[in-house]
Design a protein around this ligand. Structure first.
Ligand SMILES: *Cc1c(COP(=O)(O)O)cnc(C)c1O
Length: 356
């Protein structure tokens, strides 16, 4: 079997260092809000080219805490509208709804899978105060036009970087996920908020700690959302190799693009910045193709079969959108192929020949 994302194999590269770090933290007697987290936050901010990083418990929490902080800062208020791509992972949309903000779903471009900025003016924009830009599958959103649109409409740019660790954020705030299968994966859940805004950074850290800056003094109704010391130590070990791993992903992706020749398959295009979190092809007979690949020993996954607006969770919730034919079509056609830094030559060839 060519596995989709063999975590055991992927983390084996770090086995000695991870074992040492886990033991070190275990023996230290200090498990939360300590040196490991501080050290990772500092290094990760620098890696992103930003001044601040706040470690939190997950990618969803990173997004949620950004919106919650902007509400406290007075930049957003209950009922404000936030543009978000309709074909993203549902966590992006949930973070908006859970803050009593209203998601305005936007169609993606069929070519990039990312939000189609040229169509944003078709949406009702009167109450829109922010845009949540998602670099889906690892590919950077059209930065120039996003900045132009946000500037013209005076919008905060919040970036969902869960799938794109390795490219540089540039918006007002960026949310990262260290879920084990992301490009930079922890040994459990983890996330971070990165920005150049010290007020936002302090608020995210405070909200993630029960709204408390000073022990037993609570300024806000907060959350418990902190990156723990073991996860921070593990991430510090893996971060220095991330660029190399992303480069390897890029090499494999470019080979797939050059060597998969099949008239029934639409291959992705690289774009200018892409860390290939996922290699997503399109096929009208997607389910049959998935079965065919499975029979040939290739494991694939669909990201994502049901878009947020068609989920039960949103059956009676407030969402604003026009018809979403592209989102719905993509949900029926997309299929993700195995792609990771530890793929062997034989596995890469097997994926390619099984598709040709
Ligand atoms: C994974 C993911 C999230 C959520 O991150 P978690 O760490 O799993 O909470 C949010 N947005 C996108 C686009 C994701 O892929």
């Amino acid at each position: 079997m060519v596995p989709f994302f063999p975590l055991k194999r992927i983390n084996a590269e770090f086995e000695t260092q991870l074992s040492e770090a886990i033991l070190r933290v275990a023996k230290s007697g200090w498990y939360l809000r300590g040196k490991e987290t501080e050290n990772f936050e500092e290094n990760f901010a620098e890696f992103c080219g930003m001044r601040h990083c706040a470690g939190v418990a997950s990618g969803l929490d990173a997004l949620t805490l950004i919106f919650a902080s902007y509400k406290i800062m007075g930049k957003l208020k209950d009922g404000d509208h936030v543009i978000v791509p309709a074909n993203t992972y549902i966590a992006s949309v949930m973070a908006i709804s859970k803050n009593n903000l209203i998601p305005v779903l936007a169609e993606p471009s069929e070519e990039t899978f990312n939000i189609d900025i040229s169509k944003l003016n078709d949406l009702p924009l009167q109450n829109v105060k922010a845009i949540l830009s998602v670099n889906l599958y690892g590919r950077q959103v059209d930065r120039e036009n996003l900045l132009k649109f946000a500037g013209e409409n005076n919008l905060l740019i919040i970036e969902d970087f869960a799938q794109s660790t390795g490219i540089k954020p540039y918006g007002n705030a960026a949310a990262f996920s260290f879920y084990p299968a992301k490009n930079l994966g922890a040994l459990g859940d983890g996330g971070a908020v990165v920005s150049n805004d010290s007020e936002l950074d302090t608020l995210v850290k405070t909200l993630g700690n029960y709204g408390s800056q000073k022990k037993y003094l609570n300024d806000y109704l907060g959350f418990n959302s902190r990156l723990d010391e073991i996860q921070a130590a593990a991430l510090s070990i893996k971060l220095p190799l991330l660029n190399e791993h992303n480069k390897k992903r890029n090499e494999i992706a470019l080979r797939y693009i050059a060597e998969i020749k099949n008239p029934d398959i639409i291959l992705p295009t690289p774009g200018t910045q892409n860390v290939w979190h996922l290699f997503v092809i399109r096929c009208k007979q997607r389910d049959a193709l998935q079965k065919h690949l499975f029979e040939r020993g290739i494991e694939t996954i669909i990201h994502y079969p049901t878009p947020p607006h068609l989920q039960k969770a949103y059956a009676s919730s407030n969402l604003i959108h026009n018809k979403l034919p592209i989102t719905e079509k993509l949900a029926n056609e997309v299929l993700s192929l195995p792609l990771h830094q530890t793929m062997s030559e034989e596995e890469i060839k097997r994926v390619i020949t099984s598709l040709c």
